[in-house]
Design a protein around this ligand. Structure first.
Ligand SMILES: [Zn+2]
Length: 423
């Protein structure tokens, strides 16, 4: 289709937000992989164009208003591609398969990064920056992407590689008609977007408009006490890649649960039931289906064995990976909560938790770094090594006075994230 150049540019820049961060996350996640075949494949410079362009690809549909982008974010489409790889190439995978595996891993990185960032970080920004950028309808993604580029550097884009013929077939299986020309059009805009972030950052562009609109979001990107920051996303993505690698080899996953927030043995769970820091969150390695998440699969008990009811919030709905357990009433103070995810809990693939998964989190504040544990410790099998999984201080000190910030200039504000998974 033909789109005026000016619209191309504005749409592309809006889509830029996140593109630089996405590529950074993928490149950092490679470094997080353990030594082995997968790391060798993804760290191979020959596969970098595929890995990077796969990482960028899902957002390419948005600026041209085509649904292929939304679909590419999600496991149903990505699993079709994974299945195509498995049925097309023999094990062990050779150099003919490697480009497709790298592109698939890029897609997986993008999808899970978006889910992780939004479930934890965007969700908090919507609360703490509510009266500022959100009230003005500005783009937090754009703000954080420019900020991230200023913090950790800009990204380069290698020569384009898109398996357009294969993808056209796979999208058709999802009921989406898209040709190679359209996909290349979207990808070209994403390349342009990264380039514009690079130019702005390299010329020390003024970020105050972003910082004033989203003070919390732009100030906490490197805060390790906040889940969902880019450093956290690299760990989630690397772990997810390993599970995809297992699927590519038709091996059963060793675990369905990737990690929790707070971590097992973590402190600082907020008692205020309305706080996002009171949520107990679980990141799964496979997507889930809302209708299959029976309340009985989840329980939270305090140290006396009293059950505390929770609401189950599958953040992006069907096919997404992150559940928040939201307390219906305040948690007891200075206590340890035992969380049980029961055997039989199913994922979208039909896999089920083989055994109960039990972990403990505390509403006690993190202990001083004295080398000793607090006196009150759980009676369950919580680990002896305690880690601070979250803190309460991240949200405090945010200036909540009203800022007027006009969304003028060449940047328009539009959402780049998938709103919900396909149903
Ligand atoms: Zn996206």
């Amino acid at each position: 289709m033909s789109i005026p150049l000016a619209l191309f540019l504005t749409a592309a820049v809006a889509q830029a937000n996140g593109q630089t961060t996405h590529v950074w996350i993928t490149r950092a996640a490679v470094e997080n992989l353990p030594s082995g075949d997968l790391r060798d494949l993804l760290a191979d410079p020959a596969q970098e164009p595929m890995l990077v362009h796969g990482t960028m690809f899902p957002d390419g549909g948005y600026p041209i208003g085509h649904p292929y982008g939304e679909s590419a974010h999600w496991e149903p489409l990505q699993t079709r591609y994974l299945d195509w790889i498995r049925s097309t190439f023999d094990l062990p995978y050779d150099r003919a398969a490697a480009p497709h595996i790298a592109f698939l891993m890029g897609l997986g990185s993008h999808g899970l990064a978006d889910q992780t960032f939004d479930a934890f970080y965007l969700d908090r920004s919507q609360r703490y920056d509510a009266d500022l950028g959100w009230a003005e309808g500005l783009s937090m993604d754009e703000a954080t992407d420019f900020k991230w580029a200023s913090l950790r550097g800009t990204q380069t884009v290698p020569e384009r590689w898109i398996p357009d013929e294969v993808l056209t077939e796979i999208f058709a299986q999802e009921g989406i008609e898209v040709d190679g020309e359209t996909m290349h059009q979207g990808q070209g805009l994403l390349e342009l977007a990264i380039g514009l972030v690079t130019v702005t950052t390299s010329s020390d562009g003024d970020l105050s408009r972003y910082e004033e609109a989203f003070p919390w979001a732009t100030e906490n990107l490197e805060n390790p006490d906040v889940p969902g920051i880019p450093d956290y996303e690299t760990e989630v993505v690397a772990s997810y890649w390993l599970s995809l690698w297992e699927q590519l080899h038709a091996r059963d996953p060793s675990t369905l649960i990737d990690r929790t927030w707070p971590v097992d043995g973590g402190y600082g769970l907020a008692t205020d039931a309305t706080s996002p820091d009171a949520r107990i969150s679980i990141v799964f390695q496979q997507g889930l289906l809302s209708a299959e998440l029976e309340p009985d699969f989840f329980s939270v008990e305090d140290s006396s064995g009293t059950d505390h009811p929770v609401d189950i919030w599958l953040y992006y709905g069907d096919h997404s990976h992150i559940i928040h357990l939201v307390p219906r009433a305040d948690w007891p103070a200075d206590d340890w909560m035992t969380v049980t995810l029961r055997a039989g809990l199913p994922t979208r693939t039909g896999a089920t938790l083989a055994t109960n998964h039990v972990f403990s989190v505390s509403t006690q504040p993190p202990p001083e770094d004295s080398g000793t544990l607090p006196e009150s410790t759980p009676t369950t099998d919580a680990p002896t090594k305690r880690r601070c999984g979250c803190t309460l201080g991240a949200a405090t000190g945010v200036p909540l006075q009203w800022f007027w910030l006009a969304c003028s200039g060449p940047l328009i504000c539009m959402r780049r994230r998938p709103h919900r998974g396909p149903s």
